[in-house]
Design a protein around this ligand. Structure first.
Ligand code: SF4
Length: 461
């Protein structure tokens, strides 16, 4: 049996894909890149933006045609969109399996039944916000299967938290991934040790608001409630792991100084902080139910830079949130100028059914204005990124090599016929250089000879 598995979505979704892939392989399924030779097609979906859902719906439309020629093809939708839409996804007769993010441990059984009984299989949480504090099946699933990145050697994501309790008014995550649950310290460290034994050098600890991590653990230090900072000290002790990142941080003062101190103290913890501000307007931040002001956010960045002077910071913004006037948008531009991010991700607001913003606010900013604001913010950021990247010229950096660069960055003379490789520094700068493909998954030292806003170029030394 061959399975084609496609992922739409964030790192959480990619991590779920890694677990499902592990389960499929253990049960004798093989993976195929080609839909045409697949017996089962699984789409691991995202509901965070309307655009992501539209892409999945259009993919289901294509599968409908394929299924006409191949009626035995089993189509499964897993992940956030499965949880949000449930059996509505079965309506046009293309989809056979619907499994929410909390039900992925059932996926093998669901596929088996869908094939042998030719029956539709649906498993989503009934009332996801009332789910129990832990999900033992999910914890087991997470502990058994390998989460090492199959595309990027030497790297792995490790989920430390599930769900979210923040209820930012625009966000669907609390409704599709359920309440905030921190995974046990010992399960996380066991998983990281296994990954280190497999040759993983960089682990990225994942949570929707990862700095809210809190878990009681009775270890050599006695009975103690671990924060993310405490967890970083613990994970740092694991031999073989060289770099540790954590994403995504919520701008909360609680525990922030301790977290930055852990970053300063622990050489393995990368000096990289991804902490979305979302807006620079206090009025919009309040409407988003984000619990900080623009001034408080900037104070946190100042504190981070005082404790970790060479820290690199990345941000996220939503433009065109309901009632975002020109004045409020300009406040966001001002914040971006002051924050001096390495890079920031900018999204145009799209309302998600079932969220507070969808229920109470009108999506009243025209698409054209959202596009202009998106463009303007990226333009402001690009200038800052260009200034920051220029500081690397003639410097030496260590990178963890990811593999061949997907798009050519260097011309034929510059690449001298050797493969163009891409790697990242500990603080997440992308570096392109010529080298042997066997370097993938290894560290390399690069002297930077050219810079652009988002990419550094250099030679291996
Ligand atoms: S912190 Fe806010 S934006 Fe992030 S997942 Fe939770 S609700 Fe969504």
């Amino acid at each position: 049996m061959k399975v084609h598995l496609k992922t739409y979505g964030c790192q959480m979704a990619k991590l779920d894909t890694a677990l499902v892939t592990g389960a499929l392989k253990t049960k004798g399924y093989s993976l195929t890149e080609h839909i045409k030779e697949a017996d089962v097609v699984l789409l691991n979906t995202c509901s965070v933006r309307e655009h992501a859902e539209q892409k999945v719906l259009s993919h289901i439309g294509q599968l409908k045609h394929i299924k006409k020629q191949k009626p035995d093809l089993v189509v499964g939708i897993i992940g956030c969109m499965a949880q949000r839409l449930g059996d509505d996804l079965l309506e046009d007769g293309t989809v056979d399996i619907v499994a929410g993010p909390g039900q992925i441990p059932e996926i093998i059984e669901m596929i088996t039944k869908a094939i042998s009984e030719k029956s539709r299989q649906v498993s989503v949480a009934d009332n996801i916000r009332k789910a129990g504090p832990q999900n033992p099946a999910l914890e087991d699933f997470e502990s058994v299967y390998d989460t090492a990145d199959k595309d990027i050697p030497g790297q792995a994501f490790v989920r430390v938290m599930r769900g979210c309790d923040n209820f930012c008014t625009y966000c669907i995550v609390p409704y599709v991934r359920g309440p905030e649950i921190s995974r046990p310290v010992d399960k996380i460290t066991e998983q990281v040790k296994r990954l280190a034994d497999e040759g993983v050098k960089l682990v990225t600890l994942l949570g929707q608001a990862v700095n809210k991590y809190k878990s009681r653990y009775i270890g050599t230090a006695g009975d103690k409630t671990y924060s993310l900072a405490d967890l970083l000290y613990k994970v740092s002790e694991i031999d073989g792991i060289e770099w540790i990142r954590f994403v995504t941080s919520y701008p909360q003062k609680d525990g922030f100084i301790e977290l930055m101190q852990a970053m300063a103290d622990l050489p393995k913890v990368c000096n990289y902080l991804h902490m979305p501000a979302q807006s620079g307007s206090d009025r919009i931040l309040k409407a988003m139910n984000r619990h900080y002001t623009a001034a408080e956010y900037l104070e946190m960045l100042d504190a981070a830079r005082q404790i970790v002077p060479d820290i690199t910071i990345a941000g996220d913004f939503i433009v065109g949130f309901p009632d975002e006037s020109d004045k409020y948008f300009e406040q966001t531009v001002e914040l971006v100028k002051k924050a001096r991010y390495k890079n920031c991700f900018v999204f145009k607001y799209s309302n998600r059914p079932g969220t507070t913003a969808d229920n109470r606010l009108q999506d009243n900013i025209p698409l054209e204005v959202k596009k202009q604001r998106n463009y303007r913010l990226l333009e402001v950021q690009e200038k800052i990124s260009e200034e920051l990247s220029a500081e690397f010229l003639d410097k030496e950096v260590a990178v963890l090599v990811e593999g061949p660069s997907k798009k050519p960055h260097l011309n034929a003379a510059e690449s001298q016929g050797r493969p163009q490789l891409v790697g990242r520094t500990a603080d997440d700068w992308i570096v392109v250089f010529n080298g042997d493909e066997s370097l993938a998954g290894q560290f390399a030292k690069i002297k930077i000879t050219k810079t652009s806003p988002l990419t550094l170029f250099g030679n291996q030394i």
